[in-house]
Design a protein around this ligand. Structure first.
Ligand SMILES: Cc1cc2nc3c(=O)[nH]c(=O)nc-3n(C[C@H](O)[C@H](O)[C@H](O)COP(=O)(O)OP(=O)(O)OC[C@H]3O[C@@H](n4cnc5c(N)ncnc54)[C@H](O)[C@@H]3O)c2cc1C
Length: 189
């Protein structure tokens, strides 16, 4: 439970290899006059991969407090150790420059997250990990739909535990790996 930086996972699994991706996100005003991007379209661009950033930059439209904005960012899965020519921030600054924007003019949000690793532990007696705390999509950094998917698996596990009055949750790992969610996550890692 409780997110990628939560203490619960660290409390039950204190010594494990880090499987951590990173992303930076920025919300900007739409600037059609500066960017070559069509402002009603969403863009995912893997242009940063040759620079050792194992992910993509994105730029898509959204609504924030009733006004149109562009949500932009950069994602590095870090699934392999490769030489990086640029920091994540520098690569995003370059991308902003390509679209006539100055990264320093905006508030940057940063977020680490744990990607799915099939050999990880997902439970301890009386405790189930879900969502970011369990591990999410390494390929695209998607977490919301997977958090919801984990919810269903955890609910089924809890239902079965009540039925046999055994809260060891020892089969949760197998349940995840055999589920459509587990198979998809494994492929994406
Ligand atoms: C800036 C940003 C942009 C993102 N964009 C996307 C996106 O476009 N698409 C996408 O799919 N995913 C995106 N994500 C990832 C997505 O938000 C997460 O994968 C998803 O929210 C994970 O859900 P969760 O329930 O596992 O964890 P969380 O949403 O982190 O929920 C954990 C909750 O537990 C609470 N908590 C923590 N510790 C305790 C405690 N000790 N006791 C009680 N409660 C506690 C926290 O306050 C929090 O409410 C983004 C994340 C960030 C930060």
């Amino acid at each position: 439970m409780v997110g990628s930086k939560g203490v619960v996972r660290r409390a039950v699994i204190p010594h494990e290899a880090a499987h951590t991706a990173r992303l930076l996100e920025v919300v900007t005003e739409p600037q059609p006059e500066k960017s070559a991007h069509i402002q009603s379209d969403s863009y995912f661009d893997f242009i940063v991969v040759p620079q050792g950033i194992l992910g993509y930059v994105w730029d898509f439209p959204a609504i924030e407090r009733g006004r149109p904005v562009r949500v932009r960012g950069i994602y590095d899965s870090n699934v392999r150790t490769v030489k990086k020519d640029l920091t994540l921030r520098a690569a995003l600054a370059d991308e902003f420059e390509r679209h006539g924007l100055e990264l320093d003019d905006y508030k940057l949000e940063s977020h680490p997250f744990r990607w799915f690793e099939a050999r990880s532990a997902f439970s301890a007696p009386r405790l189930l990990l879900v969502g970011d705390a369990a591990g999410v999509d390494a390929l695209f950094g998607e977490g919301i739909s997977l958090a919801l998917g984990y919810g269903g698996l955890a609910a089924a596990e809890i239902r079965d535990a009540f039925a046999i009055n055994d809260f060891s949750f020892r089969d949760y790992h197998t349940r995840i790996l055999h589920s459509a969610l587990g198979k998809a996550l494994r492929r994406r890692t």
